[in-house]
Design a protein around this ligand. Structure first.
Ligand code: FES
Length: 574
């Protein structure tokens, strides 16, 4: 029995007509009378679907969470939430992250559950579920689906996404046959699980550990590893204890926890997408967090993990080398060691118990894999509300650059002209893409790592400075400046850039400037406003999203979703 009346007791503990209704219908699942004695009811929020192979293992894992809940004296009840398959949804899964968060929030609040285990994994499910859960603020834990096995092609390991970008550029440059390209496709995704690189999915699962919201090793254990089933079982059991102790999500996801997440993000060379997800989550919990925190805190950590896209290895290797706890150990005193976790241990205690088993995969502070690799947060007249760049994925020689803009007004314009032999572009040009921000696309897709012009690839050019209001895949690389805010659709200066304008990028000093006189920019703005077309999106989710979405520096949440409401619902349903 719980030590105090639980939330679920308001539904299942009543000996009246309402209690009859709540119990009778849930008994249809096979629950006996005696489980309605006030024990914790644990919701298992599962985003499994056949559309997301990254999460194919979640159906099984839910069963292991249930075992743990029963073992610890709770009642597990599984419920679905929309799946967001990164590789299947159009125009982009990111358009629906906030919709998932709304579904999760209201499902948790409306149902008689005392705590929730979130089962997700593909890029947007983890942040979407966490944002929703944070706005209710019950005891919450995460079980991620875990990474897929290493990809294999021609006797070598290949990485999800990262090698797709590499191979597709090789085909365009005439260095790889289409037949080999197709063979690689079959060897890349060999099992259930999320992308095997340190892409967005594994970055977010790692940050969940750093936030203290999962048991240790949640991020790295492969999807098919039996130890992930054990982790799911132990999570179910632990969840019952968290409910009894009433340890809420907001007591774990504190400012110190977010600082640990940013620190780990830098150490693992994590996905740039984590920036918008952490900002949005912090907004839900009520923790003050700014874009500048990523640059400042990220500088404290060198690159410690040698994983694609910043390095060489894959998530399976990361698991065998020690995973996130081993990296936390290497961070030493930089870690906010007193931060609490759902495991009942502090981050310092988890780190102390960890070991590094492979120094090629996880480096040490005094012999890191690379220099400080947190995201750079840029300021300047081209991005008054900021822009970001991942230096560990960029070309060092391009981190200070001045060049003339080659502008694409939309992604369709880019596709139509990028391989035009007559395109006025050379290796010093700066590719500028507009119309790919939260409102503009809509949904802020992962197109910021736009491919280079074919004629430059043929000359051996492998990287150029690229600027957009888009995001890029966490598996991508290049000197790619992303998340320019305000976006072009919102009337940011990005909308005013024209072919031939000079752009100055000074990475070390965090500057990004359009070298055009203010008078000329004012004239262009008047033209831009006069020529604006009406939005084609007049109804439904798209309309609500476009009307209320915040810019990248605010996490791309909807303005009315920021913050949290209580878990209380006072009125009965009948
Ligand atoms: Fe689902 Fe990468 S596409 S995790």
């Amino acid at each position: 029995m719980a030590d105090r009346p639980l939330r679920s007791t308001k539904s299942y503990g009543k000996l009246d007509r309402d209690g009859f209704i709540h119990r009778s219908w849930i008994k249809a699942t096979g629950l006996p009378d005696h489980v309605f004695d006030g024990r914790p009811v644990i919701g298992i929020c599962n985003t499994w679907s056949e559309l997301v192979t990254c999460q194919a293992g979640l159906r099984d894992l839910a069963g292991f969470v249930k075992r743990g809940v029963w073992e610890a004296g709770g009642v597990p009840i599984e419920f679905p939430a929309m799946s967001l398959p990164e590789t299947q949804m159009r125009p982009t899964a990111m358009l629906f992250r906030n919709l998932l968060s709304m579904e999760v929030e209201e499902s948790i609040r409306a149902n008689p559950i005392d705590g929730v285990v979130l089962l997700g994994g593909c890029d947007k499910t983890t942040p979407g579920q966490l944002m929703g859960a944070a706005s209710v603020d019950l005891p919450t834990m995460v079980v991620s689906s875990g990474p897929m096995l290493n990809g294999k092609f021609q006797g070598k390991d290949i990485g999800s996404g990262t090698d797709v970008w590499r191979f597709s550029e090789a085909v365009r440059a005439g260095e790889m046959t289409l037949a080999d390209f197709m063979r690689a496709e079959s060897g890349m995704s060999r099992s259930s699980g999320v992308c095997n690189t340190m892409g967005t999915a594994s970055t977010m699962a790692s940050l969940v550990e750093a936030l203290g919201l999962s048991l240790p090793m949640n991020a790295a254990l492969p999807s098919v590893d039996s130890r992930r089933k054990v982790l799911a079982h132990m999570t179910g059991a632990r969840m019952v204890g968290l409910v009894k102790q009433d340890v809420r999500l907001s007591q774990i996801a504190t400012r110190e926890a977010f600082e640990n997440a940013i620190l780990l993000h830098a150490a693992i060379g994590g996905s740039t997408n984590a920036v918008v997800h952490l900002l949005a989550l912090a907004g839900r919990v009520g923790v003050p967090l700014s874009l500048e925190d990523f640059d400042r805190i990220g500088r404290e950590a060198p690159l410690l993990v040698n994983l694609m896209p910043s390095g060489k290895y894959l998530m399976e290797d990361f698991c065998y080398a020690g995973g996130v706890p081993a990296v936390m150990r290497e961070l030493g005193e930089r870690l906010r060691r007193d931060a609490l976790t759902v495991a009942g241990l502090t981050q310092g205690e988890i780190a102390d118990a960890a070991e590094v088993w492979n120094r090629d995969v996880i480096g040490a502070l005094d012999t890191p894999i690379g220099p400080s690799s947190g995201v750079w947060v840029l300021q300047g007249n081209l991005c008054p509300q900021g822009a970001i760049l991942k230096p560990s994925a960029a070309t060092p020689d391009l981190l200070t650059h001045r060049g003339k803009a080659v502008v694409f007004e939309t992604i369709e314009d880019y596709h139509a002209r990028i391989d035009d032999p007559d395109l006025a572009v050379d290796a010093t040009s700066v590719l500028v893409l507009k119309g790919c921000g939260p409102k503009g696309y809509p949904g802020m897709p992962e197109v910021g790592n736009m491919g280079l012009p074919r004629k430059l690839l043929a000359q051996g050019v492998i990287d150029m400075v690229r600027i957009s209001d888009a995001r890029m895949s966490g598996t991508a690389y290049g000197t790619v400046i992303l998340h320019v805010a305000p976006e072009a659709e919102e009337g940011g200066v990005l909308a005013l850039v024209r072919d031939g304008d000079e752009i100055s990028f000074d990475g070390p000093n965090r500057r990004l400037d359009l070298l055009v006189e203010p008078d000329e920019l004012a004239r262009r703005r008047a033209d831009w406003e006069a020529s604006r077309a009406a939005s084609p999106y007049v109804r439904g989710w798209y309309r609500l999203y476009i009307d209320t979405v915040l810019q990248a520096d605010r996490g791309v949440d909807l303005d009315f979703l920021v913050g949290r409401s209580s878990a209380d619902v006072s009125r009965e349903s009948h």
